[in-house]
Design a protein around this ligand. Structure first.
Ligand code: MN
Length: 208
């Protein structure tokens, strides 16, 4: 990803109809080309008057929001978070079957007992979220996994945690196909997770 201003809409690593029937084409189209793009356009318009922030990475804009001019802090927080969360969400989906392996699977078994238990706990977190936000599988500096909820477009970046997998629980992610059936959306989202991407993030993400 081009990780500083001007931010650009990333290309999906699959075609927009290839997550069918689990996540429908119309939802992917609107979610990616309209919702995600709006966060990118808005973030660019917020940063554009301030060349001193043109080289700030997305992560730095999120972590160091308090160092920005006060009149753009809240909007940058919302929109940089939106850009970050949507990239993570869309990039960790696939039309190919995959399973967690290696160190990631070992840590899942260590923390949750099994992949099934992780799924049930993440599902409980996602479906109990009040309002719009995300359920997040995060890791700490030692590689320990935990589950968090993030409201709105918040992230866990400010808590010395890195998100390795997130599910978007904003209604725009599922409402066209699933209406209020959040359990069904979660179960079908879980079938199209790209565990190879999740494992790469788990293994490679550093905290610099
Ligand atoms: Mn979304």
């Amino acid at each position: 990803m081009h990780n500083h201003f001007p931010f650009i809409l990333p290309q999906l690593p699959y075609s927009i109809n290839s997550l069918e029937p689990y996540i429908d084409e119309e939802t992917v189209y609107i979610h990616h080309f309209m919702h995600e793009k709006k966060y990118i356009d808005t973030l660019n318009s917020l940063i554009e008057p301030y060349p001193q922030f043109y080289l700030w990475t997305l992560e730095k804009l999120i972590r160091d929001t308090k160092c920005l001019p006060s009149q753009i802090q809240q909007d940058v927080r919302n929109n940089a978070g939106g850009v970050y969360n949507h990239y993570l969400y869309f990039n960790s989906l696939t039309d190919k079957l995959s399973q967690p392996n290696g160190k990631l699977l070992a840590e899942i078994n260590n923390q949750f007992g099994s992949l099934y238990n992780l799924k049930e706990q993440l599902k409980a977190s996602a479906t109990s979220l009040f309002g719009s936000g995300y359920a997040v599988l995060a890791k700490n500096k030692k590689g320990k996994l935990s589950i968090r909820q993030c409201a709105n477009q918040d992230t866990v970046l400010g808590c010395n945690l890195m998100p390795v997998l997130i599910i978007d629980m904003w209604e725009h992610s599922y409402y066209l196909k699933y209406q209020n059936q959040r359990n069904e959306y979660f179960d079908n989202w879980f079938k199209v997770i790209n565990w190879d991407v999740v494992e790469n993030i788990y293994n490679m993400y550093n905290f610099t």
